[in-house]
Design a protein. Sequence first.
Length: 455
Amino acid sequence: MNIVLSGPSGSGKSTITEILMKKMGYKKFTTCTTRKPCENEKDGFDYYFISKEKFIEYMNKGLMHNVREYGRNYYGSFEKNMDNIESNVPIIFQLTPDRAVKMKKVNPNTILILVLPPNVNELNNRRSDRSSKRIEDDIKNLCDAKDYDFVLINDDLDFAVSQLIDIIKKFELNDFIKNSTEVNQIIADFIKQFNHISLSSKVEKVFNKEVADSWDDKSRFVTYHGIKNPITNEIMMNIYNGMSIADIGCGTGKLISKIDKRINHSFLIGLDISEDMILHSQRRILTGNNKILFINDDFMKYDFKNRFDMIIFSYVLHHMDNPVESLRRAKKLLTNNGNILFSVPGTNYLLETFDPKELLGRYSLEEMDEIVNEAGLYSLSACRNNFLMTFNSYEMYIEYLKSIGTYQKINNYTNEEWNCEFNKKILARFNATKYITGEYLTYKCRDKSKILRRN
């Protein structure tokens, strides 16, 4: 019988394998790889870690079998028929899901176990490599594991091992019943968590020191015609002394500074995922009349200790992975009469140079009404504000797009340059117009359940 344990680095596969070997007398089959060892991996146990040159040499001599390339690294084994090794005890394999699924097709007497921590945050606490590449590999492996037999959640190690032994015994007795729906649901949830972390990491890198240092001076790139910042007026009309206010990115310090000059004896929090933005905010000169706290964290993860009379998403909601969930979380943080104020780009925003498919995160009033309603909020007011922008040159337009994160968003939140063809297309459209349209939708919302509640 073959037992395949798969899972991201930090899930506990190796620890569980060692316990099974000591407790149950199982054997382990070790494969070869040219990738570098992850944290806490042991050469000769987790893998035989060898150089690409040595790997290719073994291949040429006919000593390396079951060769495949994955993530620009080679994997293989010294055993040719590794799928059907004769043994009087079960053999444990640690394989990536794409290879494991092939093993099961060759040898049906193989149980595929995906080992996961309770959540992605716990996984990141267990390992140091949290790079975008690591996350992309993890998502790829999870997608390949959708045909697995069982997902083992390794929260409590003793319980996880006991549960796994029970599963293995049932499989040996042909008494194991696979629950594909549950497996796929758990995998889908983990992929969603990984995608959120990936997006948060990319957004943080986009709003770097260069963007933070020029945040207050974006007007040097553009001439505005009309009211270009409607949410500020809405906020100023709704604030009063003694409030508790949370402003969630982008460039929170600028808005908090304006509020600080208008009211007293209030508690103001500015939260931004970008460390550079927060450092820039902390350098601002404030009145000292309010308690002000700047926090570098992800809104969906931060453990707020307060409830707020006002929560503001100033031109940031469209950068979030799930606007509905973000608004739901904000709703839970409101006081009984608290309001959420936010502004997002409308469908006409930059329409002269971008097609709707090229620029995501633009909303019609109807679309945003649906999001507000789905979040359990009631819109006290909603308005669409249009204005025009003119630029002295295409270069100035590009700098403006970079300063607000739009340029990077088109490139999946990277600071890489656009490819030549796409850049030519946008340049041609820019040259064909005299102005660029700006459009913002601004909402003031309240928890619907509290409005409808009768005394």
